[in-house]
Design a protein around this ligand. Sequence first.
Ligand SMILES: [Zn+2]
Length: 584
Amino acid sequence: MAGTIAIKNGYVYDPLNDINGDMMDIFIKDGKVVTELSGADMKDVKEIDAKGKTVMPGGVDSHSHVAGAKVNVGRMMRPEDHYKFYQKKTPITHSGCGYSVPSVYLGGYEYSKMGYTTVFEAAVPPMEARHTHEEMRSTPMLDMGGYLVLGNNWFLMRYLKEGDIDKAAAYISWMMRTHKTYGIKCVNPAGVENWGWGENIGALDQANIHFEVTPEEIIKGLTELNEKLGIPMPVHLHANNLGHPGCWEITRDSLKIPKNVKAKPNTDVEWAETKKNAKRHESVYLTHCQFNAFGGTSWRDFESGVKGITDYVNSVDHVVMDSGCVPFGDATVMTGDGPAIHDLYVLTGHKWSNTDVECECGSGVLPFEYLKSNPVHSVQWAMGLEVLLYVKDAWKSIMTTDSPNGGPFIKYPQVIAWLMSNKARQDTFSECHKWAQDRTDLGAETREMDLFEIATITRANPARTIGMSYRKGTLGLGADGDVAIYDIDPKSLEVNDYESIIRGFENAAYTIKAGEVVSQMGEIVAIPEKNTFYSDIATDADDEKSMLQDVKKWFKYYTLGFDRYPTPDKYLANPTPIQVNAEK
Ligand SMILES: [Zn+2]
């Protein structure tokens, strides 16, 4: 039930409205932010005293693995992950378990307890879209959407090779509608297709097997098509050669490819009031930069390559990226990049799962533990923080752990503490392998983020980047009434006492979704309604018709029938299409 609520006297951080810790009231009516409530409204309004507390828009995670086939494979592979982290049912909640890969119920509750209200699933394989939606539908507390994996798709590679941009555009818009997904995910372009032949790809100008397209052609083609279609978010790129020493160079060069592609998001939505321009201007959104920023030439001389990427990002305006931080401890590595996980399997000997999703993509899953005693892991810990601290403009970066790849999202409060407190970082340096000091520059970095910057990289910017700031990541007039109130008093906050930062962000004093208090000090108190967003992209009817002839012809190579391919509305919780490219 969308609620009416008055949040009084909190210190508000709303970066999209340039509000930096001002003491003010926030009013929500019928689920939306309003400037004031009438006398009649005030009679039975729920009033929250936020005096001495931090008030932010509800958290927005623009990259997390929470639903779908490979997440579920992660659950099945890890019974040991279930023993140590579980919760009993309550009168309103389900029971649940799983530390690095929680059950769908537990995942929703845990995000909500931290003040998050919106989470986007980072990789939806087209053939697994139904499964992904089923799991998103069952994930409580959160508004959601998913990115469709298209970087090694047979039809797209073929159309790009043939230069048939109209059919490629028709294909993308049809696929988004068919699978009820939101944006384009591009994982190891051209390389995952080679993995079908037991190989990978090593250079941006290397043509892949059979299709003979290069990563460069795919990145260029997809970023251009993305803007031709007016998709709300930039192409979401997981660069080639991920997880290998020296990969930072191919990442930087990949980011250069769309430098002249102009962002043209074209959505028919009503925008909440914001002081800052809430529309994206980036043509590429690099994900989990840390994993794409390895330096050195081998594991012997492995070092951070973050600076090579952040120097470039600082010098241009078309790139935004999330960090993929490594907070140490248990993780489950899962990605659409099958060959990357195979190499990790060879390196570690851990149990490993690989999936080939027919003509469309593949994936790998592998349980992992990041140890402070391990030299490489220690460097990765430092690198994730370098990514966020070296990017000068917080509007170019987003905090993630690429959950659960770097670690589970429940570690976000710990990551925030490292970003806000140099002492927290120095204390961790003293506990971890010396490579963290010797092979990164983090030890010399003295920047300490403030709450405004934390609000930027955990809600305002993820929402803006993916084109959701018309209603999320802000407390402007007309925005969704999603609010997180943390028991952190900015006036007396002492960042050297970083445990208080962790405690404050771990359990929001209140998480409010659409004007309703849904969790309070770590306890779920209401199960709200939820929305599932997807892009409904208009396209030329003739192009779609001829494209569909191609697709149907090829469907004999799929293991399911064409009629079983689409995801019907009933698989979605409250399907919420966003009209894209609507004037066409
Ligand atoms: Zn990811």
